[in-house]
Ligand binder design. Structure first.
Ligand code: CTP
Length: 405
């Protein structure tokens, strides 16, 4: 393990109630050894098992345990504490604490901070094996995972209550190692990333449009993963119902032509352009100024081709590193390789669509191809996992391309 793997990290350690709370004292030491600055919040129940004094001495910072402590609030309010943290780590996380986090409670200091913080949240559960196995606990954890909360452990073995099974708090060293691994190297610090995402809508008349089934989730996940790796991200979003991930600039557009203008305005000042948007290839030649009425017969729509945004960026004198997507229903590798060459891309992410794959799905699988015969298959996974791996590959290829020139 890299002993300084948390250099500069501001870790807010939440300790919830349970017999394993005493092990959090060792965790404070280990976090400090790894280079982190640590502040500790005890829940009211944790304070029945351990004292604030221990944690204050070990962390070198005041320990908070109540929302209603006036002098502590005056020194550093809970909102300031929430903003201060770049990691929230809850260890041990009791079944009750996990349930309250899952349901967005904010009735004590720790849960309020979790809601008020943009920091990554990790939980290291510790509880009786039966409580761990309970469907309610597992459903709560699934909800938290879906929101990007990391879950470290638990381990299994003999428990304080005499049972044997899963639910033991991971050892302090293992929790620190998991945290370092989860943060990953911030490989993209200093890079500017432009990402397009979502569908485009091409208006037929004031109430109708031609669109497609892209949810935008893949592009948003890529933007999020790039920002987490330290890149400065601009996200150009088509019409989607998604919240902006933390730490980026978002520009909303509707049609392919609006997206083209937004992308071209940004392209030259970016190092990488990831074109994840499902741009409509065609638009109605004219948008009817009034709602089209039924005439009893067929309606003929004349469609014209939209600009190819990726091709326009590829033609720029100072083009960024270009990443395109290819959604194919057959011969995925062959068609994607041809598209990589035809569009003069630096990398293409190909996926099979249709039959429950691709659009509107929470997970996906990607085949990455780059010039010179390079390829990497990313197995079917949650789009956020996939995005992290794709962004890591983009970083590597970007560096290789830069060394080459
Ligand atoms: N794209 C774009 N502008 C368009 C259409 C597509 O920038 N008007 C981008 C997409 O964001 C994607 C890539 O081009 O990254 C591939 O899109 P696709 O429509 O599959 O490519 P085409 O070259 O149109 O190939 P085909 O229709 O033959 O599959």
């Amino acid at each position: 393990m890299n002993v300084q793997g948390l250099t500069g990290a501001r870790v807010l350690l939440g300790v919830s109630g349970g017999i394993a709370a005493y092990k959090a004292a060792e965790l404070v030491r280990r976090l400090g050894d790894a280079g982190a600055e640590v502040r500790v919040v005890l829940t009211a129940n944790a304070a029945r098992f351990v004292t604030a004094l221990t944690f204050q001495a070990l962390s070198g910072n005041p320990v908070r345990s109540s929302l209603w402590d006036e002098s502590a609030e005056a020194a550093m309010s809970h909102i300031e504490l929430a903003r201060w943290a770049d990691e929230v780590l809850i260890a041990p996380a009791s079944a009750d604490c996990i349930a309250r986090l899952a349901h967005g409670h904010a009735d004590d200091l720790l849960t309020t901070i979790c809601l008020a913080s943009a920091a990554a949240v990790s939980v290291a559960p510790a509880m009786n094996q039966q409580m761990w196995a309970h469907a309610a606990t597992q459903a709560n954890l699934a909800l938290l995972r879906e929101r990007g909360v990391r879950v470290f452990g638990p381990g299994s073995g003999s428990q304080a209550c005499g049972d044997i099974g899963a639910g033991r708090l991971l050892e302090a060293g293992a929790i620190v190692a998991e945290l370092i691994a989860a943060r990953g190297p911030r490989a993209l610090a200093g890079l500017n990333f432009l990402v397009s995402a979502g569908p485009t809508y091409e208006d037929i008349d004031p109430v109708r449009f031609i669109g497609n089934r892209s949810s935008g989730r893949m592009g948003f996940a890529i933007a999020e993963a790039a920002a987490q790796q330290g890149a400065a991200v601009t996200l150009i979003a088509g019409p989607v119902a998604l919240a902006t991930p933390a730490g980026m600039t978002r520009v909303d557009v509707r049609s392919a032509r609006e997206m083209r203008d937004a992308v071209l305005a940004q392209a030259a000042r970016n190092d990488v352009f990831v074109s994840a948007a499902a741009v409509a290839d065609f638009r109605p030649q004219i948008m009817a100024p009034q709602k089209l009425k039924k005439t009893g017969g067929a309606l003929e729509l004349s469609l014209v081709q939209n600009p190819d945004i990726l091709a326009e960026v590829a033609a720029l004198p100072q083009r960024p590193f270009l990443v395109g997507f290819a959604a194919e229903t057959e011969n995925v590798e062959e068609y994607a390789r041809a598209k990589l060459e035809r569009k003069r891309l630096d990398l293409i992410a190909a996926n099979q669509v249709g039959a429950g794959l691709g659009f509107e799905q929470g997970d996906n699988a990607l085949l990455l191809l780059w010039p010179g015969g390079g390829r990497e298959q990313l197995a079917r996974a949650d789009k956020r996992d996939l995005a992290r791996r794709l962004v890591a590959r983009i970083g590597e290829q970007w560096r290789a391309a830069r060394e080459h020139t």
